[in-house]
Design a protein around this ligand. Structure first.
Ligand code: ADP
Length: 168
């Protein structure tokens, strides 16, 4: 059984994350999408909300588990007896940080491989932060996140009506 861990903040999950998950399931027997909890960060969605959104969004993929953890990724990988870590690479801007992380993780656990996957070009500009920002101003986020995520984002920003700009 070849298991790979796909870690991230997923605050919230986007079609970019899902694109990577879809590619990863073709390579491994099981993918664990896991929320890496960082108590010094202040996410918009709770761990439970994020888990639910991930589960709903990838329910059509059979070999996926959804989980959350706090601590060192490589310790978590060992508890899951995983062989690999999946990361998405969008642009050169991702590369430097991802290289650093991958090499540090290799130092911590030499037998665990980091696999980088590229999303469909349509998602290369997409990240959770930009989606939250657009949603907070009532902008159109359809096509960037699944409908359930879009609904929850609207609930988080109930007053966000797209009413143009305010000038000062
Ligand atoms: P974000 O950068 O959106 O806050 P996360 O920490 O949730 O992302 O990201 C988890 C993983 O998913 C990272 O490897 C990240 O590069 C990847 N990822 C995020 N958004 C995309 C996207 N649009 N296309 C491909 N990979 C992505």
């Amino acid at each position: 059984m070849r298991v790979a861990i796909y870690p991230g903040t997923f605050d919230p999950i986007t079609y970019g994350h899902i694109d990577i998950a879809e590619r990863a399931v073709t390579l491994f027997d099981k993918i664990v999408i896991t929320i890496a909890v960082n108590s010094s960060k202040k996410p918009l969605f709770s761990i439970d909300e994020r888990k639910k959104m991930i589960m709903e969004s990838v329910s059509y993929l059979s070999n996926i588990e959804v989980d959350a953890f706090e601590g060192l990724l490589m310790d978590y990988v060992k508890t899951k007896k995983a062989a690999a870590v999946i990361r998405g690479l969008r642009a050169i801007s991702d590369f430097e940080y991802e290289l650093q992380m991958a090499l540090m993780n290799r130092k911590l656990a030499e037998d665990v491989v980091t696999v980088f996957l590229m999303p469909n070009v349509n998602y290369t500009y997409l990240n959770s932060t930009i989606v939250k920002e657009v949603a907070s101003f009532g902008g159109d986020i359809s096509g960037l996140v699944p409908p359930g995520v879009e609904r929850r984002l609207r609930e988080k920003f109930p007053k966000a009506i797209h009413s143009g700009i305010k000038k000062y």
